[in-house]
Design a binder for this molecule. Structure first.
Ligand SMILES: Nc1ncnc2c1ncn2[C@@H]1O[C@H](COP(=O)(O)OP(=O)(O)O)[C@@H](O)[C@H]1O
Ligand SMILES: [Mg+2]
Length: 334
């Protein structure tokens, strides 16, 4: 006899159109009942238009009918709000005291590192004023949705991405919004986006220590914050400000990342500290948090970001980042 667990297992391969994660991964299966060879499945219709619902229904019937002893499969839909389906284990916010330090790049690398470890990962591009995540990941397609929620777009490696850039009429449209509107949009990302089951959601925060990052941090149950900085003048003051802000909001600082630490010149086998002497260790101490990485200026990395192919990046930077993430995440509870 087929059990409910076996039915669930067979649904692992039924994808939701447009995102390609399974109905199980997106947590859309609400109820399964089996009696006398008849299976009743109740599914959330969240984010799907009628044609998509019909398609998923037929795929579910195909998958379940093949199981031993099953004669009939009935699929019904129920309208459920996205936020009721979201089960996110940990939310990590990436912040910086100022713009242009590589906050988005580090958010992207963290997501890739966790994805390569086998985790289900999403990135929320909450930097409404400079949304750059979709470009780095080469994402052009638009999210689809219905009145109960919108589906994120899946990257090539299977990372869920949501950004205001994916919702604007044209990718190049500038976003000039007032504070409250930014706050509302971000809240909607939490409530209306069907992230489904995720191990980690990485939030690329707006830069600085003004209202915008605070609004985002208040809107989500963030497990911890990672602070990105570059070795430039006044960096200590900027990092302190960011760390204090996180502390004031009672968010744990999981670690700090120094970006653009140096440039390695292979011809002379030398590291040149272009933006000044590295302050990584010193600032980790000031922040009372571990130094998760010192990322060099890497022309190949910049090229891949520009080409929308950050996921093809490989190298010690990513390995080191994975290693330090593993250390801090294993020792931190929610
Ligand atoms: N370590 C690095 N090596 C090469 N280019 C980098 C590095 N870090 C950032 N960049 C480039 O610098 C620019 C700004 O980075 P970005 O992550 O968008 O900054 P932020 O999100 O803090 O504004 C991007 O074009 C990015 O590709
Ligand atoms: Mg950015």
């Amino acid at each position: 006899m087929t059990t409910i667990d076996e039915i669930k297992q067979s649904l692992e391969i039924v994808p939701v159109p447009g995102i390609k994660r399974s109905v199980i991964g997106l947590n859309m299966v609400r109820e399964i009942n089996v009696s006398d060879g008849k299976v009743d499945i109740l599914l959330a219709s969240t984010g799907m238009i009628t044609e998509q619902q019909d398609w998923v229904k037929s795929k579910i019937q195909e998958a379940v009918k093949n199981l031993p002893g099953i004669k009939d499969v009935v699929v019904n839909y129920s309208s459920i709000k996205a936020k009721e389906l979201n089960k996110i284990d940990r939310i990590i916010a990436v912040m910086s005291g100022k713009g242009g330090v590589g906050k988005s790049l580090v958010s992207g690398l963290i997501a890739i590192a966790l994805n390569r470890e086998g985790y289900e990962v999403g990135i929320m591009d909450a930097d409404i004023t400079g949304p750059s995540i979709p470009k780095m990941f080469g994402i052009k397609s638009r999210p689809s949705g219905n009145e109960d929620g919108i589906l994120p777009v899946l990257s090539k490696l299977g990372i869920e991405v949501m950004s205001i850039n994916l919702l604007l009429p044209s990718e190049d449209d500038a976003v000039i919004w007032r504070g409250p509107l930014i706050g509302n949009t971000i809240k909607q990302f939490g409530e209306d986006v069907l992230w489904g089951k995720l191990d980690y959601l990485i939030i690329d925060l707006p830069p600085g220590t003004a209202d915008a990052p605070i609004t985002v941090m208040q809107a989500f149950p963030i497990s911890g914050v990672i602070v990105v900085f570059t070795p430039q003048d006044l960096v200590e003051m900027i990092v302190k400000k960011a760390v204090n802000m996180a502390r004031k909001m009672e968010k744990k600082v999981l670690g700090v990342v120094e970006n653009m630490s140096y440039l390695y010149v292979p011809e002379i086998d030398k590291k040149i500290e272009i933006f000044g002497k590295s302050r990584g260790q010193e600032l980790a101490k000031v922040s009372n948090a571990p130094l998760l990485g010192q990322i060099p200026i890497d022309p190949e990395l910049a090229r891949l970001c520009d080409a929308g192919e950050i996921e093809r990046f490989d190298g010690d930077i990513l390995k080191d980042l994975s290693e330090s993430l593993r250390k801090i995440l294993l020792t931190t509870s929610n």
